[in-house]
Design a protein around this ligand. Structure first.
Ligand SMILES: NC(=O)c1ccc[n+]([C@@H]2O[C@H](COP(=O)([O-])OP(=O)(O)OC[C@H]3O[C@@H](n4cnc5c(N)ncnc54)[C@H](OP(=O)(O)O)[C@@H]3O)[C@@H](O)[C@H]2O)c1
Length: 298
């Protein structure tokens, strides 16, 4: 008699109610049993992970995986670290970290830019680069060889985000990152000077880039990840998807959303190919890159 080992995903969420969005994507990606845990704290992780690690034999561990989500990205990162510390040797299951959609959103934004620019030649401005999405956009762009400037309303906050970004970037690109405080139009225009890529990662509903600064720039690609009015980049609509305006290509948050969803689903499917994957920004970006390259070839 052959035993079946259905694909089980444990959803660890930091919020009071585990994300319905993440649950639906999991089911749509072929997860057969979804076990949801809400308000997960670091102290809870060991017991939950032991239940995943010790129940199936080595050949079947790949059919159990963990998804870390919830609106608090820092909390998700701590949960993910606790998961890694609980594993020992080959006794582990694959894990995907995508709290608040941060990794899939950042990967999709950088891959949208890559459709129009050689990233190793890009000089990118990342307003809101202190937030979880902005920090991931910066580290993915740096790893592709781009020059990156992150901005914040506070120069010290921008500077302190740099060390965390660089912890995930190969040494050879560390000189490619700089940080600026931007408090007004003059500083914004100066930050945009010489940039060909803008990925605006400000908080929902915060406008970080004025239409006049956008018009005065020499940008080739502008991407706004804020989906809540007013637009993060004045003049870019949430629905923009490779919209050509003069010499520039524009994307809004929903315009990058189709690719984000594809990357999310493919990442969940990838979890069940092995028991030792840890899908963070770089690995999720690589999954998205494979999808893009497959589309380019077809
Ligand atoms: N499409 C999707 O599925 C999806 C998924 C995730 C996120 N997003 C969007 O991506 C964007 C970035 O996400 P996130 O979670 O990284 O954002 P976040 O942490 O809420 O904010 C990012 C940065 O915006 C700046 N900021 C906050 N309030 C501001 C204000 N009133 N005016 C100007 N700047 C302000 C802050 O930087 P300083 O304090 O350093 O200036 C903050 O670090 C958001 O718009 C979010 O809604 C979209």
């Amino acid at each position: 008699m052959s035993l079946s080992h259905p694909r089980i995903l444990l959803q660890f969420d930091s919020d009071e109610h585990a994300s319905v969005f993440d649950a639906v994507v999991a089911v749509d990606s072929g997860v057969e049993h979804l076990l949801q845990y809400a308000s997960v704290e670091p102290v809870d992780v060991e017991g939950l992970v032991h239940g995943a690690m010790f129940t199936r034999g080595p050949d079947q561990l790949k059919n159990t995986a963990i998804f870390v989500g919830g609106s608090d990205v820092g909390h998700g990162e701590r949960i993910a670290e606790c998961i890694k510390e609980t594993f020992f040797g080959p006794v582990k299951v694959s894990v995907m970290l995508d709290s608040n959609g941060s990794n899939t959103t950042a990967a999709a934004a950088v891959l949208c830019a890559r459709r129009h620019l050689e990233l190793s030649q890009a000089k990118a401005l990342v307003p809101g680069g202190t937030g979880p999405v902005g920090r991931r956009v910066a580290r993915l762009l740096l790893a592709q060889g781009a020059q990156v400037v992150i901005t914040s309303r506070d120069a010290r906050r921008a500077q302190s985000a740099c060390s965390e970004i660089l912890a995930n970037v190969p040494d050879q690109y560390h000189q490619h990152l700089s940080a600026m405080g931007v408090a007004g139009e003059t500083e914004l225009r100066s930050a945009l000077d010489g940039c060909n890529l803008l990925v605006s990662c400000g908080a929902a509903g915060a406008q970080l880039v004025s239409g006049s600064a956008l018009q005065a720039s020499e940008l080739k690609v502008a991407i706004d990840l804020n989906a809540v009015a007013p637009a993060g980049i004045e003049g870019i609509s949430v629905m923009d998807k490779a919209v050509k305006r003069g010499d520039r290509i524009d994307y809004g948050a929903i315009g990058t959303g189709g690719l984000k969803m594809k990357i999310h689903r493919e990442s969940i499917r990838t979890l069940f190919t092995s028991n030792d994957l840890f899908l963070d920004a770089e690995q999720i970006f690589a999954i998205g890159l494979n999808l893009e390259e497959a589309t380019e070839l077809s």
